[in-house]
Design a protein around this ligand. Structure first.
Ligand SMILES: *Cc1c(COP(=O)(O)O)cnc(C)c1O
Length: 356
C-alpha cells in the first residue's frame, strides 16, 4: 500500500459534534477536508488536508458551465471494539477512474487517493458516530477548474474529499418504499453517461422525482431510454426482484450505474446458493409476474440505504403491492448480513472490509 505525503493544517477550532440520534443525511461536515490539484503538464500536486471551508473558484471554471465533474460515495463504520472499517473502498476508486475516463478527466492513482482518504478519516476519527445504524459518509469528488468558456476538457482540476456523519437510514427499522415507474422522462441512454457517477445524471433526474414526490412516491423506477420498457434502476439505487424463487436484476448495459452494493448482493446470494441472474427485464414481465402471484419481493441497493425494500410499484394506473407492502424475508436477511459485515458484527468471508 502506497502512502501519499500530505501537508496537514489542523483546524484551530473544533465544531460541536451532533448527537448520534439526531443525524440526517449529508447536512453536517467534519472539521477537515482533503484537496489535491491537477494541472496539465504537471500532473497531481499539492495534496493537503485543511480545515473544512468554502473554496474560491473562478466563475468561468469549466465545471459551472459544462458539468465536468464526478463523485463517489462510501461509508466508514465504528465497530463495537472501536475499530474503523471501510467497505470495499478500492472499488470506489476504480469506479471513480472509470467515470473520469468517460468525462475526459484525468485518472487518479487509486492507492494514493485511498491513502489520502484514510489519512483524512484518521484526523477526523472522533466524528464517526457510534450509535447503531450510523456511519461516516465519505464523499470524494473531482471538478474541472480551468477558467475558460470553450467547450473542451479542462486543463485543471481539483480532487476533494469531505466527510459527513450520517444517521440510520431507517430510524424505525427497515421500511418499504413506494416507487413510481417513470414512463415519460428518462435518466440515461446507451452511449450516454448513465454508467458514470456524474452530476449531470442527477440534474436530469430531478424533474421526474419531483412529480413522483407530489403523487406520494419516494422515488422513480427508470426504464430504458429507447423503448421505455426495460428496467434500469431507481434514483441512486440498483434494483432487484425475487420472482418465483429466483433473484433477477438488470444486466450492466452501459446506461445503469454499476453499484458496489449491487455487486456485493450478487456475490452474497451466490455464496448462499440462492439463484441470481443479471439480464434484461421488461416492466411487462414484472407486471405479469405480479398477476401470476410470482413477484415475491423487490428491493433497491445502494450505499446510503444498503437495502431498500419496495412495497409498491405504480405503473400505468395500477398499484403493484409487493409482499403486502412489507419487508420480505430475503430483503431482511440481505440487509442484516450486509450491514453486519460492514459494521463488524458479522464474519466477513469475502475480505470486503478494510481496517483503518
Ligand atoms: C451511486 C449510485 C448507485 C449505487 O451504487 P453503490 O456503489 O451501491 O452505492 C446506483 N445508482 C446510481 C445512479 C448511483 O449514482
Amino acid at each position: 500500500m502506497k502512502d501519499l505525503k500530505i501537508e496537514v493544517t489542523l483546524s484551530s477550532t473544533k465544531k460541536e459534534k451532533p448527537q448520534s440520534d439526531h443525524l440526517e443525511f449529508g447536512k453536517i461536515f467534519t472539521d477537515h477536508m482533503f484537496i489535491w490539484d491537477y494541472t496539465e503538464g504537471i500532473g497531481w500536486h499539492d495534496p493537503r488536508i485543511v480545515p473544512y471551508q468554502p473554496i474560491a473558484l473562478d466563475p468561468a471554471s469549466t465545471v459551472f458551465h459544462y458539468g465536468q465533474t464526478v463523485f463517489e460515495g462510501l461509508k466508514a463504520y465504528l465497530t463495537k471494539n472501536e475499530n474503523v472499517l471501510l467497505f470495499r473502498p478500492e472499488e470506489n476508486m476504480k469506479r471513480l477512474n472509470r467515470s473520469n475516463d468517460r468525462l475526459c478527466m484525468p485518472k487518479i492513482d487509486e492507492e494514493l487517493a485511498l491513502s489520502a482518504l484514510k489519512q483524512l478519516i484518521t484526523i477526523d476519527r472522533d466524528w464517526i458516530p457510534s450509535a447503531e445504524g450510523t456511519s461516516l459518509y465519505i464523499r470524494p469528488f473531482m471538478i474541472a477548474t480551468e477558467p475558460y468558456l470553450g467547450v473542451h476538457p479542462s486543463s485543471q482540476y481539483k480532487f476533494m474529499i469531505i466527510l459527513s456523519p450520517v444517521g440510520a437510514y431507517y430510524k424505525e427499522g427497515i421500511n418499504p418504499v413506494k416507487i413510481a415507474v417513470e414512463s415519460e422522462y428518462v435518466r440515461a441512454v446507451a452511449g450516454g453517461t448513465g454508467n458514470a457517477k456524474t452530476a449531470g445524471n442527477y440534474a436530469a433526474s430531478l424533474k421526474a422525482s419531483e412529480i413522483a414526490s407530489e403523487n406520494g412516491y419516494t422515488q422513480v423506477l427508470w426504464l430504458d431510454g429507447r423503448e421505455k420498457q426495460y428496467i434500469e434502476e431507481v434514483g441512486s439505487m440498483n434494483i432487484f426482484f425475487k420472482i418465483n424463487g429466483e433473484v433477477v436484476t438488470p444486466e450492466l448495459n452501459g446506461s445503469i450505474l454499476e453499484g458496489i452494493t449491487r455487486k456485493s448482493i450478487i456475490e452474497l446470494l451466490k455464496y448462499w446458493n440462492v439463484p441470481v441472474v443479471e439480464k434484461k427485464i421488461s416492466i411487462h414481465e414484472i407486471q405479469q409476474a405480479y398477476h401470476d402471484g410470482q413477484l415475491e419481493e423487490a428491493f433497491g441497493t445502494g450505499t446510503a440505504a444498503v437495502i431498500s425494500p419496495v412495497g409498491e410499484l405504480f405503473w400505468q394506473n395500477e398499484k403493484l403491492i409487493i409482499n403486502n407492502g412489507e419487508t420480505g424475508p430475503l430483503s431482511k436477511k440481505l440487509y442484516d448480513s450486509l450491514t453486519g459485515i460492514q459494521n463488524g458484527t458479522e464474519q466477513d468471508p469475502f475480505g470486503w472490509t478494510h481496517r483503518l
